[in-house]
Design a protein around this ligand. Structure first.
Ligand SMILES: Cc1ncc(COP(=O)(O)O)c(C=O)c1O
Length: 377
């Protein structure tokens, strides 16, 4: 059945619309190839200058308040969850769960032997919520963008919490594509392979003074909690302040991230990236609303992600066939997240994606639908 060949004139210039690792701009890759840094020491000034520039550029992109620090380390956002259990959560956390990634962090804290069972408040996939506020909670956790479902949630300090409770927000797919006010959050953490068009392997976090203090207290010698060095936020912060990482970082990931930050800032910074992702995602949502076979999976327009647009198809559409047909035509990674229904499609419209390529993608979807829809159902 996968023999449909989309006319070349309809195809996007770049067929990468993934929400995992996402489109890397060819210019950034070219800069990586010509970079003299690969294969050189991360303890020498040349690489440390890149780390310094990444930290400065992130601070500029987010208008980072004084006293906050950009901290980075090896392992990706998944490692940051482990690190939060050692260095940030003191006794009990409260999680909002509305997709696979917010669920995974809650699962990690549930299994951590020295923490009490977390409070977990769930919303059905395709909608969202903030964590439940309760006494005795010292850290609140949610995702700014739930990559599995395409739900975006606000980044705002919750009210009525215990004094000093930390707000830990997963911005893996949001950072660099959706704005956030850093005064509202104690750790806004992310991996750089989405809007930042880099590769996997690193975690980065904007840390508030309160988060840094909490970590110093929990990981200090006197507390009695054993904290492995790789999960010690204070050690990571000390290394980051020296523009280094505790152990050897993925240099290519740093170089690509630096390139992308330069591109973002040269073009207008947060205003540039947010208007671009809003433009791209609006094209998808408007198309889905107007299409007789499709609808945005996220019913509430206020929760629809500007960076990961999820579409549900009705029973007349064989969505797996649609996705596989597009894949054989070079349009990649728009299959739904594995835990979601197969009647869906998930389109990553991160900052690097050209809005006009999104329009071409939608034309291609229409072209394939025209040929595969079962109008008799
Ligand atoms: C929201 C969210 N959190 C966490 C992760 C895990 O990131 P990593 O695989 O870099 O650890 C992802 C990955 O896609 C994500 O989208």
């Amino acid at each position: 059945m996968n023999e449909l060949v989309i006319p070349a004139g309809l195809l996007p210039e770049d067929g990468r619309f993934g929400s995992g690792p996402a489109k890397v701009r060819p210019e950034a890759l070219a800069a990586l190839v010509s970079s003299p840094l690969m294969g050189t020491s991360h303890r020498r000034p040349a690489v440390r200058n890149v780390v310094a520039r990444v930290r400065e550029r992130l601070a500029e992109l987010y208008s980072m308040p004084d006293g906050h620090q950009v901290v980075l380390g090896n392992g990706g956002a998944t490692s940051f969850w482990d690190l939060a259990c050692t260095s940030l959560i003191e006794r009990r956390s409260s999680h909002a769960v509305y997709g696979s990634f917010s669920r995974r962090f809650a699962a990690v804290t549930s299994r951590t032997p020295w923490l009490q069972a977390p409070a977990i408040a769930e919303a059905p996939f395709g909608s969202g919520r903030l964590p439940a506020v309760e006494d005795g909670i010292d850290a609140y956790a949610w995702a700014q963008n739930e990559t599995s479902t395409g739900v975006a949630m606000p980044v705002e300090r919750l009210s009525g919490t215990d004094d000093g409770a930390l707000m830990l927000v997963d911005a893996t797919s949001a950072a660099g594509g959706i704005d956030a006010d850093l005064t509202q959050v104690d750790a806004l953490y992310f991996s750089p392979q989405k809007n930042f068009s880099s590769d996997g392997g690193l975690w980065l976090s904007f840390c508030s003074p309160a988060a840094l203090e909490r970590s110093e207290r929990l990981t200090g010698d006197h507390d009695g909690r054993w904290v492995p060095d790789t999960l010690n936020l204070t050690l990571a912060a000390t290394s980051s302040a020296k523009d280094q990482t505790l152990n050897t970082p993925a240099l290519a990931t740093l170089v690509l991230l630096d390139e992308q930050l330069g591109w973002m800032l040269d073009n207008g910074g947060m205003e540039f990236v947010t208007s671009r992702t809003a433009d791209s995602s609006n094209r998808v949502y408007r198309w889905a609303e107007a299409n007789p076979f499709a609808r945005p999976f996220v019913a509430d327009p206020a929760l629809r992600s500007p960076v990961v647009a999820t579409i549900a198809f009705d029973e007349r559409v064989d969505a797996p066939l649609l996705c596989s047909t597009l894949r054989t035509n070079g349009i990649l990674d728009i299959e739904p997240y594995r835990a979601l229904g197969t009647d869906q499609m998930r389109i990553g419209v991160f900052a690097s994606v050209e809005p006009d390529d999104v329009s071409r993608l939608l034309d291609c979807i229409d072209w394939v639908l025209e040929r595969i829809v079962d109008r008799h159902r």
